[in-house]
Structure formats: structure tokens, C-alpha cells
Design a protein around this ligand. Structure first.
Ligand code: COI
Length: 355
């Protein structure tokens, strides 16, 4: 069978895993649908576009990305509408960001048409895996890695692009306690912090574990030079309502340019909120918490959507934020975004892509 839009070879499973499952496990990223998409970059072009049953991949122990980390990924979500259609949120933005990451990691770029059509065909084929419920969605994980077999340090000459799908519930089940990290760094200016590459996440694990042992769910990273400016949070960008204004760190080479971040800033500006993308100083957050004018803090990301921050640890002192039910902006935005993604709001920016 060939997909209508691109030459994608499709081989389907003989029997869906869903038929055997009593209930889908909705913990984030634990369950995978029946199929996956695979394409290879060889001799300067993308070939062998294929959807096939979800299965293990075999590779040589000398495969380059295992050693030198040419590995990038994206995260996006599909939601069901009340009528049973499926809408994917801003896939073009993810296609563009994947290629920005590819350029930084010296990897092959992927044509937008392959990115979009592979996802569309895969989601369509596995559409019955869409979970029910307002906080559930079909999480889409596209990723690419260097596949040439060699041990010299140079860009791989071959790449593989894949997409897998995972029916998922909320990433954080409750508001998070975060610690402002001033010992370790996630990224530095001129580094790869703005690329969605695996090494950035590996670098975050030990500091996050130390934070976890100290009672925090996540970290708020600061700049590597001075540890005085907020950068982003573990799996999300960070936003604050300070003195009635929405403030967020401006993007840089050390901060991931989040698509949820961009969506929220666009909508907030449309709503007439005062929005500032700028340096956000640890000292002003501390002062804001002491004076009671830092009224909301939240992480924003595809997986996390809007994750309320209940407490911020600064230099060994914990500051408690106002109760979640009193947070006008982030509650209104979370509700609006959820409705938008499910087709219940106008879509003036053409962010929704129907499958
Ligand atoms: C996403 O929000 O899609 C992400 O990629 C974060 C992830 C590492 C859980």
C-alpha cells in the first residue's frame, strides 16, 4: 500500500496491540502504538520512506550517534475534536525547529513535506489509539540520528529519521516544586542549548536527581556565566506573572525556542497582556516573591503544556506561590489552549493541521 501524499511504503500489523490491551497505560511515554515511520538519508537524499509495525531497530555498535551524539528530536501532540476528528498542533513549527537543530548538530535537514506527511500518515493509521479525556493526547515523537558506522569524529554521512506515537496523559500530575540551579549548567552561550538534542537532556539528569533528593520536582536553570539570569526549566520554558506582566527569558543560543512558549506569547499579546521577553533575573523573582507581586510561575512545553509552579527554592530558601486556583492568567491560558487544540476555538494563526 502506498500513502497518497508521498511515496511511503506501508506495512500494517496483523493484529493491533490494542485488541489485547485491557486499558491503555497513559503515563507519559510508556505505551507505543502499532506502527512507526522510518526514512534513511543516504548519498545526499532521503529514501526508503516506510511505515511498518513498531519494532526494535538493529544497528552496528559503531553507529556514529551512539558515540558522538548526533541525535535530535521533536515533540508534538495530536488531539481529538468533539466530533472525532484529529488535529495536530503546529507541525510546521516542529519541522522548522528540527531543521534548526539539524543545522546546529551538523546533520542532514529533512524536507518539511516528509516531516508533515510521515506524521499525518502514521497518526491516521493509528488513529484508534487516540486516548479519551481532556488531559490526554497522542504524543508524537519524531527523531533523527547519525547512522554511519565509524569511530572518527566527523559528521555522519547517513541519517535515520523516525516517528513513534505514544498515547499519553498529563506529564505532571500536580503543581511542581522547582529549585533555581546555581551549581550546574544546562547550556552556555554558543553551545547547543537551543537545539533539541539528546545531550542537553543527559546533562540535566544528575542536577535534576540532586534536586529531586532535596525535594524538588524540577530545576530552573540559570545562565552558565553568572547564574543570575533564569534560562528555562527541565522539560519546559519558564514564564512568570510579575507585577501583572507576563515575563519570560528571551531566547538565545542557550535556551530552547519552545513552540508552546511562542503560542502562549502570541495569544497573550492578542489578549492585550503586557508581555516582556527579556533577561529575567533571579534577584527580581526573589524580590517579587518577598513582596507578593510574583503571582504566577509556570513551565510551558508540549509534553507539560502548562505546569503550575507551586514553590521556588532560591539559595536554600523555599518561597511558596499563591494557590493555583487564584492564578488568573495561567488557568485561563491552559483552558484556552486545550480548547484551541481540540478545535473549539477559532484558529486565526492556522496552527491546526487536520488528519
Ligand atoms: C516535549 O515537551 O515535547 C519535550 O520534548 C520534553 C520532553 C523531553 C519530555
Amino acid at each position: 500500500m502506498i500513502s497518497e501524499d508521498l511515496d511511503i511504503k506501508i506495512t500494517t500489523v496483523a493484529k493491533s496491540k490494542l485488541d489485547a490491551a485491557e486499558e491503555i497505560e497513559l503515563q507519559f511515554g510508556k505505551t507505543f502504538t502499532d506502527h512507526m515511520f522510518v526514512a534513511d538519508y543516504e548519498n545526499g537524499e532521503w529514501t526508503n520512506l516506510e511505515i511498518k509495525p513498531f519494532q526494535n531497530i538493529e544497528m552496528s555498535p559503531a553507529t556514529s550517534f551512539i558515540h558522538y551524539g548526533q541525535s535530535i528530536f521533536e515533540g508534538l501532540k495530536a488531539h481529538a475534536t468533539d466530533e472525532g476528528d484529529i488535529l495536530i498542533f503546529r507541525p510546521q513549527a516542529n519541522a522548522a525547529r528540527l531543521n534548526a537543530s539539524a543545522r546546529r548538530l551538523c546533520m542532514a535537514e529533512l524536507p518539511e513535506a516528509i516531516f508533515i506527511n510521515s506524521i499525518k500518515s502514521l497518526v491516521d493509521l493509528d488513529r484508534k489509539w487516540m486516548p479519551k479525556g481532556e488531559s490526554s493526547s497522542l504524543y508524537i515523537r519524531p527523531f533523527m540520528f547519525g547512522t554511519e558506522e565509524f569511530l572518527g569524529v566527523k559528521p555522519s554521512g547517513r541519517y535515520r529519521f523516525m516517528v513513534i506515537l505514544s498515547p499519553s496523559g498529563a506529564y505532571y500530575s500536580k503543581p511542581v516544586r522547582v529549585k533555581i540551579e546555581t551549581k550546574y549548567s544546562r547550556a552556555m552561550e554558543g553551545g547547543v542549548g537551543s537545539a533539541k538534542t539528546s545531550g542537553n537532556y543527559a546533562a540535566s539528569l544528575l542536577p535534576a536527581r540532586e534536586g529531586f533528593k532535596a525535594g524538588y520536582d524540577q530545576l530552573l536553570w540559570t545562565d552558565a556565566n553568572t547564574h543570575t539570569r533564569i534560562e528555562e526549566s527541565g522539560t519546559m520554558n519558564a514564564m512568570f506573572i510579575l507585577n501583572g506582566k507576563l515575563i519570560t527569558p528571551k531566547t538565545s543560543t542557550s535556551i530552547l525556542s519552545g513552540i508552546t512558549r511562542d503560542s502562549i506569547l502570541t495569544i497573550a499579546r492578542d489578549w492585550g497582556y503586557d508581555v516582556e521577553e527579556r533577561d529575567v533575573m533571579v534577584s527580581e523573582l526573589k524580590a517579587g516573591l518577598e513582596k507578593g507581586i510574583l503571582t504566577e510561575a509556570f513551565g510551558v512545553g508540549t509534553a507539560a503544556t502548562i505546569a503550575h509552579i507551586s514553590e521556588i527554592g532560591i539559595d536554600g530558601e523555599d518561597y511558596i506561590l499563591p494557590s493555583v486556583k487564584d492564578r488568573e492568567f495561567s488557568n485561563k491560558m491552559a483552558n484556552f489552549l486545550n480548547n484551541l487544540k481540540r478545535g473549539r476555538e477559532e484558529d486565526p494563526n492556522h496552527w491546526l493541521f487536520k488528519v
